[in-house]
Design a protein around this ligand. Structure first.
Ligand code: SAJ
Length: 406
């Protein structure tokens, strides 16, 4: 039996996928309200294909509880925040999960960590906890790291088809873990040691952050001299070895905007490009505010309450608002006492900011200027409704005449 610990964006789809492929699974989360919701048949977030997977897993007998189970394998997918001051990983959730596992695990059980961690985390935090709990690693308990790689918006597909990395202390354990993931994963599964697996995952997300930072820096350079950054990137990308990503209002989400900090925190003085990239991406919400200001000035729009921000989530067609550029912009506006801007997002059903709308038409009725911060499919399907508005498009998704861009 496998006990999946943490039923969030990663743990839940993984548990469902395993269960729907014939593996006996129990999902555990310390959040009792979440467990109750799942047991009542309600999902905690939206994701393409998740409803169908949920039904299949429930039919296959998956259970959800707040209690840790006696099991042969634990898959741990709990949050790994970073300390904003030291920039280092905060391992508190992993450590407490491992402490709970120790109390109930079968002899020889394997603990597979899926959460993204900085290189050396297993050595630094998990091994000492197990040792001080009297566990002999390799006998009483075994360790592996199988970092998740799935992208929100296409998680279910990627869970099935992405290649995976499994780091373990010895090849036997790696093979056992590989056999479990092979029940549903059709991508190549590479086995290695734990530290290599830890570093590889952080390196992947950091690579993307740096590439986005390059695009964002180009956007700033091009704006300063009236060049069209999108056309320049489009043409440059025709080169067979160039693939620049897209500029945008900033890098949000709980992965790419967080993981590079682990390297900055652990390797100060060495992680220089990584730090510069983080700073550039973090500066984008303020850059967008400057653009809003410039466009308002050019068009003679003085009243900020006639400006509407389209999109609160960190990217298109997901409901996740963590580290969202829109929220960072709103925070910054508040500091400058620019209150009253209107906000709308079709994916955010609860009221989380002031002047938030839940109907696109009503939102558009109330504004003269629309700032596109997220390119949701809903907007692409309704772009004609923006005709006649002043439009600042930070995602390059609007092809109406007279649009302002980054
Ligand atoms: N963004 C841009 N320009 C781009 C691409 C993205 O501004 O060209 C922005 C997005 O709008 C968003 C942020 O970057 O705010 C991050 O979005 P994303 O789609 O690049 O990535 P995430 O955070 O949703 O998922 C990433 C993925 N990592 C890589 O692609 C290397 C995913 O595979 C990981 O599993 C996930 O992080 C994770 O959980 O670590």
């Amino acid at each position: 039996m496998i006990n999946v610990i943490g039923l969030g964006y990663i743990g839940l789809p993984t548990a469902l996928m395993l269960a729907s492929h014939g593996v006996k699974v129990v999902g555990t989360d310390c959040n009792r309200a979440l467990v109750d919701e799942l047991n009542a048949g309600r999902l905690s977030f939206e994701e393409k294909g998740l409803n169908e997977l949920f039904s299949a897993a429930v039919n296959a007998g998956i259970r959800f509880t707040h209690e840790y189970q006696k099991a042969d394998m634990y898959i741990v997918a709990v949050p790994t925040p970073y300390d904003k001051r030291s920039k280092k990983l905060d391992a508190c959730y992993i450590v407490s999960a491992v402490k709970e596992i120790m109390k109930v695990s079968s002899k020889g059980a394997i603990v597979v960590l899926e959460s993204t961690v900085s290189p050396g985390t297993v050595d630094k935090y998990i091994r000492p906890v197990l040792k001080s709990g009297g566990m002999v690693i390799g006998e009483d308990i075994n360790l592996a790291h199988a970092p998740e790689r799935i992208i929100p918006g296409n998680m279910i597909h990627e869970l099935k088809f992405n290649a995976r990395t499994i780091g373990a202390d010895n090849p036997d354990i790696a093979e056992k873990v590989k056999a479990v993931y092979s029940t549903f994963c059709e991508g190549e599964i590479v086995t290695t040691d734990i530290c290599t697996a830890e570093m590889t995952k952080v390196v992947e997300n950091t690579y993307r952050d740096i590439n986005i930072a390059y695009a964002n820096e180009l956007a700033k350079i091009c704006r300063s001299d009236n060049m069209d950054v999108y056309e320049i990137i489009r043409i440059a990308n025709m080169h067979p070895r160039v693939n620049i990503l897209s500029p945008g209002p900033g890098v949000g989400g709980h992965c790419i905007s967080v993981d590079p900090w682990f390297l900055v925190g652990d390797y100060p003085g060495l992680a220089n490009i990584i730090l510069a990239a983080r700073k550039i991406n973090d500066s984008m919400p303020e850059f967008v505010l400057e653009r809003i200001h410039d466009v308002m000035k050019e068009r003679g729009l003085k009243d900020v309450t006639r400006v509407g921000l389209y999109g609160i989530t960190y990217k298109e067609d997901v409901d996740d608002v963590r580290e969202s550029p829109t929220l960072q912009m709103l925070e910054c506006m508040e500091k400058h006492l620019a209150h009253g801007v209107k906000v709308y997002d079709p994916w955010v059903k609860r009221d989380i900011v002031e002047n938030q709308y839940h109907d696109l038409d009503k939102f558009l009725d109330e504004v003269d200027m629309v700032v596109i911060l997220v390119g949701h499919s809903e907007l692409k399907d309704n772009m004609h409704k923006l005709r006649g508005k002043i439009i600042l498009d930070t995602r390059n998704v609007c092809d109406l005449d007279g649009v302002y861009r980054l």
